[in-house]
Design a protein around this ligand. Structure first.
Ligand SMILES: Nc1ncnc2c1ncn2[C@@H]1O[C@H](COP(=O)(O)OP(=O)(O)OP(=O)(O)O)[C@@H](O)[C@H]1O
Ligand SMILES: [Mg+2]
Length: 183
């Protein structure tokens, strides 16, 4: 493996259904997704996907709605277990990791920003930002410093002590009024 390769996915398949492991073993891989669904009752969400991501590379997965992007990304950190195929990170086989190692991986090496807001309504903006560091066990001072830096970089330092609901209501109102000002 090239030492600059950070993540390598090989032949990832994800089937949703009651007996995915058996179905994948017996699957005629030349069938279309529709045919697989008709014959087996399983949904093929990811079909034989392979790629490598280099260190420092920005890698974009694009496709129509329902084409399997989210499922693929979740398979990389095993938030969803791939039905078959392997994921390697720094030459370590993620698909074979124990749940303890997987926890370490997700705390320190791999993370995911969800498509929809997953903010805690009872925590301030600053506390939401620092949550990942908190569960990782980072000390409070360091956590606050890093979280403030993120706020500063995003030029939203003034929102640190606000709750998300209030903050996003304000932003929604602002963006509505700037849209109407344009139209
Ligand atoms: N838990 C599930 N059970 C059954 N089918 C699922 C499940 N999750 C996703 N699917 C199906 O898998 C396919 C891929 O879905 P996925 O959410 O990965 O697509 P996507 O490319 O991320 O779509 P979008 O752009 O809308 O976010 C779709 O056909 C979807 O209906
Ligand atoms: Mg998606």
């Amino acid at each position: 493996m090239n030492k600059d390769q950070k993540i390598t996915c090989s032949n990832i398949w994800k089937l949703f259904g009651p007996d995915e492991k058996r179905v994948i073993k017996e699957l005629d891989k030349s069938l279309s997704i529709k045919e697989v669904q008709e014959k087996t009752g399983h949904v093929v969400a990811v079909r034989d996907v392979s790629f490598s991501i280099q260190k420092g590379e920005t890698f974009v997965v694009m496709g129509l709605s329902g084409s399997g992007k989210s499922t693929l990304v979740r398979c990389i950190s095993r938030l969803i277990e791939p039905t078959s195929g392997t994921v390697k990170m720094d030459d370590v086989d993620v698909t074979k990791m124990s749940s303890r190692d997987l926890l370490e991986l997700r705390r320190n090496k791999m993370s995911m920003v969800f498509q929809h807001f997953g903010l805690f309504p009872h925590r301030t903006v600053l506390e939401n930002i620092g949550y990942g560091l908190e569960v990782r066990g980072t000390k409070k001072d360091e956590r606050l410093e890093k979280s403030m830096q993120v706020l500063k970089n995003g030029r939203i330092r003034g929102l640190a002590q606000q709750l998300p609901a209030r903050t996003f209501r304000r932003y929604a109102t602002k963006s509505r009024s700037s849209k109407s000002a344009c139209s």
